[in-house]
Write a protein that binds this ligand. Structure first.
Ligand code: MOS
Length: 758
């Protein structure tokens, strides 16, 4: 284990870290440690928690998009069998506004700023209007159907296209300016040798996690424990404590297993009302949503209308890059989905115009859904690049390479690491891009037309400030990481155990990770592809503190006596002098001499100062082969290659799975996903997995994923995060392949057969 010096205190971009490039437990394709618990059915998910004396809640929801409740008849519901409580705006506790994630990514948890059941106002179709609690789930659901609401209906704002003229830029887009201009892009567009100017559309989409949103409130004395399916338990707890004005220790949140989240498992009305119901009845309570209610009030990806216009000179150098557009938002939401982010960082252009606008509608508050903005933004931008390449008559990869920027085009900062050109080349090689016909419609197999397309993938590097991890080292030589982090199926626990094993010189079997409980040191949210690196930075800080503490503890009788921290390294389940095998002592021996069972330290991740020094993003190249049937327009994706540059890869198996998962979700975005929203009523018409289509096994071809695995000098362990990038670019890669197969350019997601045959 020794040889490479390990420096535990990590400073962004300054401190060399021997673990960056060391191959061992870290990087290995280790199977998920939580896998056996899940495949054997022994993992207890939120809705499987069974406290004694539990009651069940079900929600009644509005059937109008906008207006007021004039009368609410709950008598029949109250008299129904087993009913314990009917809560409406007339008897609900007064609740403060929940802290929003967009306004406070560390302590905010909600995406709906309006607390439930606080008044007669209706702002979307599907908004909860009453909670019924009963002895059984069936009784609660039945009684919820007996709630009768009389409304004063207003004309709803439900049609984005009809209201586009009202669109306004928001104050900012996640801290970035909504509008950017370099030069006069419109004038340059008109004067360019080549240009394209096109409008793109993307519909609402639904997260469709297989585990339905649920929570169970359990009482422990006067304390409430909220078992939640959540990707931000620490922030949820803080928000709920504040809303209900509780003592700080009156509530804690646990979430050991989450069956998929994708951005949708945040704080919504159902957890808030579950707390209210459990408190009113002083009983344990479960709220398991129906799949329909998941669709009606737990967010979803919002719809976009985008324009991309590109101008280029004779050689294909961009003279104008214009990406503007509008997203729909809920009436009170403050998060404008960031579709314009990719265009800010991907290409060099002489002039640039970027504008994001928002139209508030009577719709449920949207939530982030895997690469929110980047997934739909790359559909438009990367389709447009393909259109320009066809117009100029240049290879789409050559066009992108020609416009590779030397520095970040919007911030002017140097890149921390950017190997996009390498990923174009490696992906192209793997895919066999050179066999592609530049002219559409040249390859066929019987009545199937075969086409090939590519697109760039993009996602920013994000790291949460202040993430905390406790490290407990026992005299038995076992080490435990403790942090309120989340395992939603992506490999969090496995990767952190691999890292700690490598960092502290232990076998992976000697490392455990306690997570998913808000009583643990405050970990980051699982969002923005940032949880892993945020935890890594905290563990690195803890490692420095543990080394200092052990050296102090070792004392004069130890072979480590007098050793300075810089000269000491973790190895072979102990501490030793760098490059000196004779000066070494095991953790067990140090602790035993001191008469201690264990030693504990706490690490904190510093603020992400690395982002001030460098432009930090991940990149990729997506390659797709489709067959389009000339008689029916049916599209089948037959091959897919994704090549990603995300810095160091920490676990080859879980990373490959994340990349494939994102690509599969991208195939859904490309070909089938669409929340059908009826603008007459503002009502979602397909609130089920029967009618909202996502890819199933037969829709998914073999997916080949490769990666650069080159550490980023400015990121902890050189890793930049991998959870979201692989959905980006997929929509465009498929659209570009359909164009290559058929000569038909579809700019309206999803790319269904009716649009191809039209
Ligand atoms: Mo993600 S959409 O930041 O969970």
């Amino acid at each position: 284990m020794s040889g490479v010096p390990v420096v535990e205190r990590w400073e962004p971009g300054k401190t060399p870290d021997g673990l960056r490039t060391r191959q061992g437990a870290l990087g290995a394709p280790m199977s998920r440690l939580d896998g056996p618990l899940k495949t054997s059915g022994t993992a207890v998910f939120t809705a499987e928690t069974r406290p004694e004396g539990m009651c069940y809640a079900f929600l009644a929801t509005s059937t109008i998009a906008a207006g007021r409740i004039v009368a609410l008849d709950v008598d029949a519901a109250r008299r129904a069998p087993g009913v314990l409580l009917v809560m409406t705006h007339e008897n609900a506790p007064t609740l403060g506004r929940p802290d929003l994630f967009v306004e406070n990514p560390v302590d905010g948890a909600a995406f709906n700023p309006v607390p439930p059941l606080q008044g007669d106002r209706i702002d979307w179709n599907g908004q909860p209007i009453a909670m019924v609690v009963a002895e059984t789930l069936e009784q609660a659901e039945y009684a919820s159907r007996l709630v009768v609401a009389e409304y004063a209906i207003e004309d709803g704002r439900t049609d984005l296209d009809a209201l586009l003229h009202e669109a306004e830029p928001p104050d900012s887009v996640l801290g970035e300016p909504a509008c950017l201009a370099q030069g006069d892009a419109e004038a340059m567009l008109d004067a360019s040798a080549y240009s394209i100017d096109a409008d793109y559309r993307s519909p609402r989409m639904a997260h469709s996690a297989i585990e339905i949103h649920a929570c169970t409130v359990v009482w422990r004395g006067t304390q409430m424990v909220l078992h939640d399916a959540s990707q931000l338990i620490g922030a949820s707890r803080k928000a709920l404590v504040k809303m209900f004005d509780l003592e700080d220790d009156a509530l804690h949140v646990v979430s050991p297993f989450v069956g998929g989240a994708f951005g949708g498992k945040v704080l919504w009305d159902h957890q808030i009302l579950a707390i209210a119901g459990a408190r009113a009845l002083q009983r344990p309570l479960r709220m398991l949503l129906s799949r329909e209610d998941v669709s009606r009030f737990t967010g979803g990806r919002t719809e976009t209308r985008q324009r991309v216009a590109l101008g280029a000179d004779e050689e294909g150098r961009l003279t104008a890059l214009i990406h503007t557009g509008t997203v729909a938002n809920a009436m009170h939401s403050t998060w404008p989905e960031q579709f314009s982010f990719p265009a800010r960082h991907l290409y060099a252009s002489e002039t640039v115009k970027i504008e994001q606008r928002v139209v508030p509608l009577h719709m449920m508050p949207p939530a982030p859904m895997r690469a929110p903005g980047e997934a739909t933004g790359t559909f438009a931008l990367e389709s447009a690049l393909d259109e320009l390449a066809a117009k100029i008559g240049i290879d789409p990869i050559a066009l992108r390479k020609r416009n590779e920027p030397p520095r970040d085009p919007s911030s002017g900062l140097a890149f921390s690491s950017r190997r996009l050109v390498e990923m174009y080349d490696r992906g192209a090689e793997r895919f066999g891009w050179s066999q592609r016909s530049a002219e559409p419609g040249r390859h066929r197999d019987g009545r199937w037309r075969i086409g090939h397309g590519m697109a760039t993938a993009y996602y920013p590097y994000i790291r949460a400030p202040g993430a905390q991890v406790g490290v407990v080292l026992g005299v038995d030589g076992c080490l435990t990481l403790r942090s309120s982090a989340h395992e939603m199926g992506m490999g969090t626990v496995t990767v952190q155990v691999q890292h700690a094993a490598e960092r502290f010189g232990l076998p992976v079997s000697a490392v455990a990770f306690e997570y998913g409980d808000s009583r643990l040191p405050a970990g980051p949210a699982a969002g923005g592809s940032a949880q892993t690196v945020s935890l890594l930075a905290a563990v690195m800080d803890a490692a420095g503190k543990l080394k200092d503490a052990l050296l102090r503890l070792a004392g004069d009788a130890s072979p480590l006596a007098g050793l300075q921290a810089d000269d000491a390294e973790f190895r072979a389940a102990g501490l030793g002098r760098v490059g000196d095998d004779t000066r070494f002592e095991t953790f067990a021996a140090i602790l035993a001499r001191a008469g201690m069972d264990q030693i504990a330290v706490e690490g904190v991740g510093a603020a992400p100062g690395e982002l001030e020094a460098r432009s930090m993003h991940s990149y990729g190249a997506q390659f797709c082969e489709v067959c389009v049937h000339e008689g029916t327009g049916e599209t089948r994706v037959t091959r897919f290659v994704g090549a990603f540059d995300c810095g160091r890869i920490l676990n080859a198996r879980t990373a490959a799975s994340q990349f494939r998962g994102g690509i599969i979700m991208g195939l859904g975005l490309a070909l089938m996903e669409e929340v059908q929203f009826d603008p007459r009523y503002g009502r979602i018409m397909n609130p089920s997995l029967g009618e909202y289509h996502i890819p199933v096994h037969l829709d998914v071809p073999e997916i080949d994923v490769i990666w650069s695995d080159v550490p980023d000098a400015f990121a902890p362990l050189g890793a930049r995060g991998i959870g979201e990038i692989s959905i980006t670019g997929v929509g465009a890669a498929v659209a570009n392949a359909i164009y290559n197969a058929t000569g038909r350019r579809i700019r309206d997601l999803p790319l269904t057969l009716d649009k191809i045959m039209r």
